[in-house]
Design a protein. Structure first.
Length: 412
């Protein structure tokens, strides 16, 4: 009912304005006044309205800053994020100066130099100095922005020094999985052909290769039995599909056998330095943990499509591309507990989301949100990282952080 009344009022308002315009047009004709003639009083009124509109325009602008200022992100929680925030602040300062300067001149001159019959504009077609000034001034501003931006970009994208801790983030629809190195401090090699329910990241180890070969052998035997049992009564196209599937499984097994041979040769040549020898103690969990005040290399991989890992509080975003790993270097500077104090929100948690999809509300730190494209992210000190490693090495099926007691507990 209220909506109907609002629409009715709007419709009546439009009709009233239309009728007033029609009345004004008729009275102008009765006075012998042409429609295109505008009186000095109307010109003065429009000029004053320009100034009034300028004041209202600025007032509305400042109201927007006041009303929505708290919707902006808090202080950056990463080292490179502070650099990006400084660049953003520099851009805002330049934009604000030019915004107020140009709009003030626009409305002032529109109100000051309204049309008068006795006023004649000065013929001023060209001025080399002015042309040079308003060409050089924007160029200088842009040069400052571009140079500072390139310098920051080179620092952010520079290769991390050897020995930098590694963390892997693995995305698929609709799930994030995190992998951390074990005691050797090195992430093991991966291969998509080893992916199954027990090895979702395809980590290459002797056990994972043996398990995958056994799984494929079972599938191969079942397919051969299906072909043999249905040879006499299955349609030709169904038999063709089974034979194609059998060939695919056989080729997959051959390639995994070649992978095993390559792994054995690499381990024999490089010993403990081999990537193939480092995967057996990798930690794979659903929570995302990073040490504070320590540079880390985030290796990002995708199983299926292009995802976009977005950590808004850390001013970090990087695409995950199937078939290759992308690397994002960052140094976290604020722990989860400290950010809760800054935000005055004891329930705050960092978020990790895919920026290719619409964001949904998050649930608690150990469970999925409405979409599994998001995971709450926790960051603590080095002691928490070591506690996580000890917890996961204890044989539990889940390690959860209990803030009340300040430690991880293994849940079986």
């Amino acid at each position: 009912m209220m909506t109907l009344l609002v629409l009715l009022v709007i419709a009546l308002g439009i009709i009233a304005v239309t009728q007033m315009a029609r009345v004004y047009e008729i009275t102008s004709k009765l006075r012998g006044k042409r429609e295109e003639e505008i009186s000095p009083a109307d010109n003065r009124m429009n000029a004053r309205f320009m100034w009034i509109f300028c004041v209202i325009y600025y007032a509305f602008f400042f109201w927007l800053l006041y009303a929505y200022g708290d919707k902006l992100l808090p202080v950056s929680a990463s080292k490179h994020g502070m650099v990006l925030d400084d660049l953003m602040t520099l851009n805002w300062v330049i934009l604000f100066i030019m915004f107020f300067f140009t709009n003030t001149l626009l409305f002032y001159f529109s109100g000051k130099y309204y049309f008068k019959k006795d006023r004649v504009a000065k013929w001023y077609p060209h001025n080399n100095k002015l042309e040079l000034a308003w060409t050089i001034a924007p160029a200088l501003f842009l040069a400052v922005i571009v140079i500072t931006g390139l310098k920051a970009w080179q620092e952010i994208t520079a290769v991390a020094p050897p020995g930098t801790p590694e963390v892997e983030l693995y995305g698929k629809q609709f799930d994030w999985t995190c992998r951390y190195p074990g005691k050797d401090g090195q992430l093991g090699a991966t291969d998509f052909r080893l992916i199954n329910d027990n090895n979702p990241l395809g980590i290459v180890t002797t056990a994972s290769i043996a398990a995958r070969l056994a799984e494929l052998q079972t599938e191969k035997d079942a397919t051969e039995k299906s072909i043999e049992a249905g040879y006499d009564h299955l349609p030709a196209d169904a038999l063709t599909k089974l034979e194609h599937h059998l060939g695919k499984v056989s080729r997959m097994m051959d390639r995994i056998v070649n992978l095993r041979t390559m792994m054995e040769q690499d381990i024999a040549a490089n010993k403990e330095a081999s990537k193939y020898a480092a995967g057996s103690d990798d930690i794979v969990i659903k929570e995302f943990h990073l040490p504070v005040n320590e540079e880390v290399n985030l290796t990002l991989r995708s199983r299926d499509i292009i995802h976009s890992a977005f950590l808004p509080h850390f001013r970090a975003q990087m695409n995950l591309v199937p078939g290759q790993g992308t690397v994002l270097k960052m140094t976290p500077t604020i722990t989860t507990d400290s950010m809760r104090d800054i935000m005055a929100n004891p329930e705050f948690n960092y978020i990790l989301m895919c920026n290719k999809t619409r964001r949904q509300p998050l649930q608690h730190a150990d469970g999925p949100g409405d979409r599994e494209e998001e995971r709450i992210r926790r960051m603590g000190g080095r002691d928490q990282q070591e506690a996580l490693r000890r917890c996961t090495s204890g044989g539990g099926t889940a390690c959860r952080w209990h803030s009340g007691i300040g430690q991880y507990r293994t849940e079986r």
